[in-house]
Design a protein around this ligand. Structure first.
Ligand code: TXA
Ligand code: MG
Length: 354
């Protein structure tokens, strides 16, 4: 048990003194949570095997699920990988700093434990002043998975980080809610054809404009469990993003979806279960259940993405047994939202028809 230091900062212009305290902790092998533009990350010196081992332990993360390494400058990627191809350079130029993680062949300086023994690494440069300032001040690349206990929804506020990790980590830089609220897009550049392993903050449509042949790995769509014997992204085989309640996703035409969800809600309520409904502004008035929450308007999928993890955590605090979630369109940020919802449900997906 250790006391977790909370360092409050202005996210755009973080107080250098607090950043220096956090950076010293990282350099000394400690664990520091910090905001990025996507979600809060739990940072440790990527090149310090003991620190990384502690990081896996603090999160309860299986050791075969590798970490994303965060750099403070575009140039810093070259020391971590074998080769930055022309295509990768183009992606870095266009999307960094930002929510795009690239999988590349790694160089030997990265310890095995950081990459779970793989010959590739995941690397990104975040677009958040606090994150960048911490990485640069630490003077080392920072490995940072999302700062939640393994299997819980990712944290979008410092409060969420403390809910999961208080007394297990050295400090958290509290820079308020994270702007995107959804993790980065993970793009594998080591295969012949680039493929998205996890949809996220950089929409697939934006990648396709730059990489004509990019494709979606089945796990990115997550319509069903698609765990091959040797998954491309080791994280794919774990149940993720899950609240404590049992989640069912209802997909299809909107009228049919609303009807099906209300019918399921009535069924479960009759059995004495506490039911939560996760819906949208357009439909919220049509439901009757114990707890009904809206992700925002269907016309604004970036807001929907921003709200998802916060609402899943709120349902847990309300103690619901069941969450019935509306499917939303899988374009733009919607693809990442549907990926997380389907995985949270353990692929319990109902297709609503008349
Ligand atoms: O937005 C984000 O990406 C956040 C913030 C903190 O940057 N980080 C994050 O990290 O979401 P994490 O550890 O929760 O998710 C990393 C994902 C996992 O699915 C992992 O399996 C995958 O990236 N990954 C890491 N290294 C990989 C590799 N070498 N090959 C394939 N997948 C890899
Ligand atoms: Mg995570």
């Amino acid at each position: 048990m250790k006391k977790t230091l909370v360092l409050r900062v202005n996210p755009q212009e973080p107080d250098l003194e607090k950043i220096r305290i956090a950076a010293r902790l990282v350099r000394d092998g400690g664990l520091v949570a910090f905001p990025t533009e996507t979600v809060y990350g739990l940072g440790a010196d990527a090149l310090n095997p003991e620190a990384i081992q502690m990081l896996f332990k603090a999160k309860g993360r299986p050791p075969d699920n590798p970490l994303i390494i965060h750099v403070g400058n575009k140039e810093d990627v070259s020391g971590l990988v074998e080769l930055v191809t022309h295509k990768c350079e183009m992606l870095i130029e266009k999307f960094w700093p930002g929510p795009l993680t690239l999988i590349l062949r790694r160089s030997k300086i990265v310890p095995d434990v950081t990459v779970s023994g793989l010959d590739t690494i995941a690397v990104r440069m975040p677009r958040h002043a606090t994150a960048l300032s911490l990485i640069r001040e630490s003077g080392c690349p920072i490995a940072a998975p999302s700062a939640n206990l393994s299997g819980r929804p990712s944290p979008t506020t410092a409060q969420h980080v403390l809910e999961d990790l208080e007394c297990r980590i050295d400090a958290v830089l509290d820079g308020g809610p994270t702007p995107i609220g959804m993790e980065s897009t993970v793009l594998d550049m080591t295969a012949d054809q680039p493929q998205v392993l996890r949809p996220g903050g950089t929409p697939f449509e934006s990648l396709r404009k730059v990489l004509k042949n990019v494709k979606l790995h089945p796990a990115a769509v997550a319509y069903r469990s698609s765990v091959p014997n040797k998954p491309r992204s080791p994280g794919l085989k774990y149940r993720h993003y899950a609240p404590a309640a049992d989640v069912t996703v209802v997909e299809g035409g909107l009228t049919a979806v609303v009807g099906k969800i209300q019918a399921l809600a009535d069924f479960h309520a009759e059995k004495g279960r506490r039911v939560g409904i996760l819906c949208t502004d357009e439909t919220i008035a049509q439901y009757k259940a114990e707890v009904v929450k809206s992700l925002g308007s269907r016309k604004d999928l970036s807001t929907v993405a921003q709200n998802l993890y916060r609402l899943l955590r709120e349902f847990d605090l309300e103690g619901v047994d069941i969450i019935l979630a509306e499917g939303i369109p899988s374009r733009g940020f919607g693809l990442a939202v549907m990926n997380r919802l389907r995985k949270a449900s353990g692929f319990k997906i109902v297709n609503a028809t008349y």
